[in-house]
Design a protein around this ligand. Structure first.
Ligand SMILES: [Zn+2]
Length: 207
């Protein structure tokens, strides 16, 4: 069988990298007659059907409640795989927390997030993580350049949620400019480092 691949490898490459996940996946492939018990390889031309059958049956996750909870929402069977194969977080605490936050903001209709503090690299990461959820970000790099009341005004008028991110390069004279937000704007203030912490703090403030 030249044009065939080992089923075990096919499943592993598709993210089914635990014995439990491999068993579950084989079960579905056998039920749909895409393979039969004991068969080790699959013809290449059957692979697209096999992958579609798996996609229609399972939601893979690392088992973390934030990641696993999405399986039930989609009406799929939750299957636990290794963290690095988790399509929600890729084994990254930052990505897991940002996904939870992005979804919550999106559902709540809070789509404009102003981040005061943090580094340019953190701002880029937040853009990358939250952008796909439709969240628009404005980030104030408070440590460099000058930042005055005339800069803060338009930012406050734009934002729906203002994050005052202490424990990052954030001079008091800058954070002060954002201390009083217009009515209806939610202000979240905390002093913890890291993107995961930021996402968790904002989530907590949303209740
Ligand atoms: Zn995960």
């Amino acid at each position: 069988m030249a044009d065939a691949v080992p089923i075990e490898r096919l499943l592993r490459d598709a993210g089914y990298d635990t014995p439990e996940a491999q068993r579950a996946a084989r079960g579905v492939l056998e039920a749909q007659r895409l393979t039969r018990p004991g068969k080790q390889a699959m013809a290449v031309d059957k692979i697209p059907s096999a992958l579609a059958a798996l996609d229609g049956a399972f939601a893979l996750s690392c088992g973390d409640p934030d990641c696993a909870g999405r399986a039930a929402d989609a009406g799929l069977i939750a299957v636990t795989v290794s963290a690095s194969a988790c399509p929600v977080c890729n084994g990254s605490n930052n990505q897991r927390a940002a996904t939870a936050l992005g979804e919550r903001l999106s559902v709540t209709g809070l789509l404009r997030l102003l981040i005061v503090g943090g580094t340019p690299e953190q701002h880029r990461q937040l853009e990358r993580l939250l952008g796909p959820h439709g969240i628009a970000l404005r980030c104030v790099d408070a440590a460099t350049g000058s930042h005055a009341r005339r800069d803060a005004g338009p930012n406050l008028a734009w934002a729906q949620v203002v994050v005052i991110w202490g424990a990052t390069p954030l001079p008091h004279k800058v954070s002060q400019l954002y201390a009083v937000a217009p009515a209806g704007v939610r202000v979240v203030k905390f002093a913890r480092r890291g993107i995961e912490a930021l996402c968790r703090e904002v989530l907590r403030s949303l209740g």
